[in-house]
Design a protein around this ligand. Structure first.
Ligand code: SAH
Ligand code: MG
Length: 200
């Protein structure tokens, strides 16, 4: 399996943005392990893992695997393939495991749970934080407030789904990006809707 085949995985990470994730992971994981919020079926996690592998680091990836608001039954991004009919809920975890096995990945550590709950027990620092979880303002802001302090100085904060124009997409990721700029972060690089900010 190689980088080029990640494109085929079910998910919300277009290849040009995924390649940026790969490149940033390769650079910043020199400083430590990576943490992702919003695994879904593991597409972005696998881009990150290819980068982290170069420095022998892990990608910890958090998701309750019940889907965000927009993935639920009758919502815009509902996908019947990830709907567990027996339990009447979205469940992306089986897809994640299948993709990890398919790509023979050894450096992804899936964490099943809610971002804020896990943050309260998480004690070590991280080199790179990738926020791609819930897109309500409350959810994105919680992810930022609870996890940002764990990034090392010189490490990076990456945020997906940045839209300046409200007609193109929700504003929560853009708002936490603006907040970060006022708090010790500077733009490192941006590719389309994904942005990488350096701390310190
Ligand atoms: N990064 C993925 C897409 C993530 S979609 C990709 O590359 O395809 C957003 C995911 O965030 C969903 O799977 C949803 O279950 C998860 N999520 C939403 N709110 C969350 C929360 N508070 N804690 C943990 N996971 C959450
Ligand atoms: Mg996204």
């Amino acid at each position: 399996m190689n980088l080029n085949e990640i494109k085929e995985i079910k998910g919300f990470m277009p290849n040009h943005e995924g390649m940026a994730l790969f490149k940033w992971a390769q650079k910043f994981s020199k400083l430590g392990h990576i943490l992702e919020i919003g695994t879904y079926c593991g597409k972005s996690s696998i881009y990150l893992s290819f980068g982290a592998k170069k420095n022998d680091k892990y990608v910890y990836t958090i998701d309750h695997h019940k889907g965000s608001e927009e993935h639920q039954f009758n919502e815009e991004y509902f996908d019947h393939e990830i709907y567990d009919k027996l339990n009447k809920r979205i469940n992306t975890f089986p897809f994640l495991i299948r993709n990890i096995n398919k790509f023979k990945i050894k450096n992804i550590v899936p964490i099943i749970g809610t971002s804020v709950e896990i943050s309260s027990k998480w004690q070590s620092q991280i080199s790179m934080l990738f926020i791609d979880g819930g897109h309500s303002f409350e959810s994105a802001n919680n992810d930022y407030e609870h996890w940002e302090p764990k990034i090392v100085n010189g490490g990076c904060l990456v945020i997906h789904d940045i839209f300046e124009n409200p007609d193109e997409g929700g504003q929560a990721p853009y708002e936490i990006y603006q907040k970060a700029l006022q708090n010790n972060y500077k733009i490192y690089e941006r590719v389309d809707t994904i942005i990488c900010l350096i701390k310190g």
